[in-house]
Design a protein around this ligand. Structure first.
Ligand code: ZN
Length: 243
């Protein structure tokens, strides 16, 4: 049984409860029942649901983790259904706040210019980002990126421009950043595919690996097609492909 099936089953169970408001206990029981009594499956589905909620709005998974007030049955059922319908569970695998903090500490040493840290920190809520901020930055100054899929898509478009216009340093930076976007969305396979792809010219094969991992369109023109394959944009490129 997949997590999606468990979440969908729990959505049906919660949706048919007789009371209009449900508690986290009701949610737990519904997941357990939908998982056929398999505690580990129910727990994994609960974690997936919590991380889905956090991806939508930071900290909103608090409700499922604590003894908290009941919430609207229909809302909870709808959220469970939405979580189950995430394509391939992509969003559900998104990294938690604590995982991101751990990674920032881990990449710190090697992230000389802070490009990777910049992407990672942007996904943190104020409570978690505070240790990395300069003194005096307040909660109202901080703007957390909550729609990570959209941020990744937008950054991909930016990275394409760096390749097309042969911007050496910016292209390097955008490859580093894109890999962190993929990591934030929990897509280790995409990160690995980017690692394995060759770099020249201008990181095009790596960015192409990112695009394939997220089903994003790669530009159809001849230059970008050749670059994605690791070839110069034109056979006689004088702008850097052959250097
Ligand atoms: Zn070129």
């Amino acid at each position: 049984m997949t997590l999606q099936q468990t979440l969908r089953g729990a959505a049906d169970i919660v949706g048919s409860l007789p009371h209009a408001r449900v508690s986290p206990v009701d949610l737990g029981l519904a997941l357990r029942s939908a998982a056929g009594g398999d505690y580990h499956q129910a727990q994994a589905a609960l974690e997936a649901f919590a991380s889905y909620l956090d991806t939508k709005a930071a900290g909103s998974s608090q409700w499922v983790r604590e003894w908290s007030k009941p919430r609207s049955r229909d809302e909870v059922a709808a959220e469970l259904r939405a979580a189950s319908q995430n394509r391939d569970g992509r969003v559900m695998a998104a990294r938690t706040q604590d995982e991101i903090v751990t990674r920032i500490h881990a990449v710190g040493e090697t992230d000389l210019f802070g490009f990777r840290t910049e992407v990672l920190a942007a996904a943190l809520d104020f409570e978690h980002v505070r240790e990395f901020l300069k003194d005096g930055v307040t909660e109202t100054d901080w703007h957390q990126v909550t729609d990570r899929e959209n941020a990744a898509r937008e950054y991909y478009q930016f990275a394409l421009g760096k390749i097309r216009h042969h911007r050496g340093l910016s292209a390097e930076r955008s490859v580093l950043k894109l890999a962190e976007h993929a990591w934030l969305l929990g897509q280790d396979d995409v990160v690995a595919a980017m690692d394995e792809a060759p770099y020249p010219p201008y990181g095009a094969p790596k960015v192409r690996a990112f695009a394939q991992g997220f089903d994003l369109v790669w530009p159809g023109d001849a230059e970008m097609t050749r670059m994605a394959a690791g070839e110069p944009c034109t056979p006689g490129c004088v702008e850097g492909c052959l250097r």
